[in-house]
Design a protein around this ligand. Structure first.
Ligand SMILES: C[S@@+](CC[C@H](N)C(=O)[O-])C[C@H]1O[C@@H](n2cnc3c(N)ncnc32)[C@H](O)[C@@H]1O
Length: 288
């Protein structure tokens, strides 16, 4: 487990994932009834962006300027992106940064915890001991927030179905393992068996198109309920950019959220473009 998310915090992939995550949470909260937010690969919740340029041995190029940094410079953000940015700025400010250059960036557990209502519950899994410690420190003690130093994939078996009968599950692994796509498909199979109505959001990197298409084929073998895939490409296929995009598979998505997201995804692609061919799309893998 060498992956450290703090090198990537606030990059284009985080912007895409976290903006969508907020939309999912807010859509779930349109119903009064509480739900379980299960984050299988939670990370440390609080990232200091000044550390992003300090590698373990060599300096490295910080990624956040081409992510959250681009949004900070924009003047015409669509409302959902402006709301996400507001969350990020408020978090930064509340952690003591009064500067205009962002410093403290919220990970998915922090974003979810900030939205949680009294009737919602969070289960956050993080396997790396240092990251887990940092997660505990960042979130402190809250009622209805459980933090677990376990393999997040096992949580699907241990924590579903949720007693609340409603759940939003974020699966956001580091993709260090060669068989991560296969592990995700297997975990999803188990998750859906236990909680067929739960909403699952699965993040993946777009490095090789063929690997992603093979993953979709595997997912279709799981007999999925309604599912859409949102994808962001910050550069085209021949750009030479290694991770040139990412996607979020959303299973049992909240009703009509696809229509809202489709309205601002193209803006995001334009804003975060790193080369010709930047684009974004949402398509149904399994229609409603
Ligand atoms: C991409 S990061 C998570 C980022 C976080 N979800 C966010 O959006 O802010 C992946 C995290 O998973 C952790 N991790 C790796 N393998 C894991 C496993 N099997 N179970 C739980 N956590 C794991 C890593 O230590 C890392 O912190």
């Amino acid at each position: 487990m060498n992956y450290r998310h703090h090198f990537h915090a606030g990059n284009f992939a985080d912007v895409f994932k976290h903006a969508l995550l907020l939309q999912l949470i807010w859509a779930m909260q349109r119903k009064e009834k509480g739900f379980l937010y299960l984050d299988t690969h939670a990370g440390r919740a609080l990232y200091d962006l000044t550390e992003a340029a300090q590698g373990d041995s060599l300096a490295r190029k910080a990624e956040w300027p081409d992510g959250i940094g681009r949004l900070l410079g924009a003047t015409d953000l669509p409302t959902p992106l402006a709301e996400y940015l507001e969350e990020v700025r408020e978090f930064d400010w509340q952690h003591g940064n009064a500067d205009t250059t962002p410093r403290f960036y919220p990970g998915s557990p922090a974003l979810a915890q900030r939205q949680a209502r009294e009737q919602d519950r969070l289960a956050l899994c993080e396997l790396h001991p240092d990251e887990f410690l940092a997660l505990r420190r960042a979130l402190g003690v809250f009622d209805r927030v459980g933090m677990h130093e376990i393999d997040g994939y096992t949580a699907l078996r241990a924590m579903l179905p949720a007693p609340e009968k409603r759940a939003l599950v974020l699966i956001d692994p580091p993709f260090e393992a060669q068989d991560e796509f296969a592990q995700m498909a297997e975990a999803l199979r188990e998750g859906l068996r236990r909680a067929p109505q739960a909403t699952f959001a699965i993040w993946y990197p777009l490095t090789a198109r063929a690997r992603v298409d093979a993953f979709f084929d595997e997912l279709l073998g799981v007999r999925l309920p309604p599912t859409w895939v949102a994808e962001l490409e910050v550069a085209g296929e021949n750009s030479g950019v290694k991770m040139r995009g990412c996607g979020l598979v959303t299973i049992n998505p909240p009703w009509q959220l696809d229509r809202e997201i489709t309205q601002w995804l193209p803006y995001l692609a334009q804003c975060l473009a790193q080369g010709p061919g930047a684009t974004a799309s949402l398509r149904w893998l399994v229609p409603e």
